[in-house]
Design a protein around this ligand. Structure first.
Ligand code: KG4
Ligand code: ZN
Length: 346
């Protein structure tokens, strides 16, 4: 018997994503984004995102069904992001998923967005096996997770202040770059010298190992960049944007990779998965590849289109919980903007 066909809906932020997955096979992944509508505000406006989800949900669903060559009647289970994320956007997606599940008479699974960012890699590089270490880095999260049998999650650490992508977006703003600043800093960094300025590595000193070995902090780094730039401007000197971008990116990539690999070693885990929108970052990808190779750790990073928010990641996690026989979510579950990362399923 073929594995169940799982429909996944994602709407936690500014992307409306619809994915269709059977087992570990991706059949369709359609995304509509409202990112351009937020650019002039310099951040996501939840009301605008919610309205965009409302408008995009049915057309995106139709495109996904067409791409997979299936009909709604073929769907065996519906998965949807229950959290974490923005309440209004999450509510649009869960309302759509509840309506579909009810109309089709199929089970509904409210799943965790952040865990989905890691599990989507099963569609690309195959099943995780017993244990993987997952670094999920995005605009809203920087977390180190230990995944056992894919769906059992231990949260080893997270950021104490800004997420990696958030720090990039804030530094982008102070460097006068358009929103979101992350990709712009990445582009500038490729022309700069990553060793030009020695920016601080948050929580990576020997004294932090006892209490914060697996936690991150980027707000001190962000302040250090701001001070450095201000000092230059006050002295009437030009700001070497590529060097600032490259040195800042190097500090973030250094801490993220050092801590992930140390955690993998400490837990005897031989695979590191990196997911989330920030894993598009070139310095992170390059440094992770070099350091994992040195440490004898298998590195798995999905292609960039599966790292940003999408429906395939929710369908992938839905498929993982369905095939393990976990109970469906109650029909009246609510969204959880701060859903704990250890809670894979509502
Ligand atoms: O996962 P995602 O699409 O949305 C959230 O759930 O947050 O991540 C978006 C974040 C933004 O902060 C964006 O600036 C950052 O990822 N980002 C990057 C790059 N591409 C996206 N940051 C640095 N370098 C990149 N190439
Ligand atoms: Zn995300």
């Amino acid at each position: 018997m073929p594995a169940p066909l799982v429909l996944g809906l994602e709407s936690s932020c500014d992307e409306t994503g619809v994915g269709l997955v059977r087992g570990h096979e991706l059949l369709a992944d359609e995304v509509a984004s409202s990112v351009d509508e937020h650019a002039r505000f310099g951040g996501i406006i939840p009301e605008i995102a919610s309205r965009a989800h409302l408008e995009a949900m049915v057309p995106t669903l139709t495109r996904a069904l067409d791409a997979a060559g299936v009909g709604l009647a073929d769907v065996d289970a519906v998965a949807v992001t229950a959290g974490p994320g923005l309440v209004g956007p999450l509510t649009v997606g869960t309302a759509a998923a509840k309506a579909l599940a009810l109309a089709l008479g199929k089970p509904l699974y409210g799943v965790n967005h952040v865990v989905g960012h890691a599990v989507v890699d099963e569609l690309v590089h195959g099943p995780f096996g017993e244990q993987v270490m997952a670094l999920v880095v995005s605009g809203g999260h920087s977390s180190l997770l230990l995944l056992e049998d894919t769906v059992h999650v231990t949260e080893l650490g997270s950021t104490l202040d800004d997420a990696a992508g958030e720090a990039f977006d804030k530094v982008g703003r102070l460097l006068g770059l358009p929103y979101p600043g992350g990709p712009h800093i990445d582009r500038l960094a490729r022309e700069g010298d990553p060793t030009a300025i020695r920016f601080p590595r948050g929580l990576n000193a020997a004294k932090d190992q006892a209490t914060h070995a697996t936690d991150f902090s980027f707000s001190g780094l962000k302040t250090a960049v701001a001070r450095w730039v201000e000092a230059r401007q006050d002295a009437g000197e030009p700001v070497p944007l590529p060097d600032v971008a490259a040195s800042f990116s190097a500090a973030v990539a250094d801490v993220l990779t050092a801590k992930s690999i140390a955690a993998a070693k400490a837990h005897g885990v031989s695979t590191l998965v990196i997911g989330g929108g920030f894993s598009a970052n070139s310095q992170l990808r390059e440094l992770a590849a070099v350091r994992c190779e040195q440490a004898g750790i298998e590195l798995r990073i999905p292609p960039i289109r599966y790292c940003t928010d999408n429906g395939a990641m929710i369908a992938a996690l839905g498929s993982a919980v369905v095939t393990r026989g976990l109970p469906a979510s109650p029909a009246d579950f609510g969204v959880d903007s701060t859903m704990p990362l250890t809670q894979v399923l509502v």
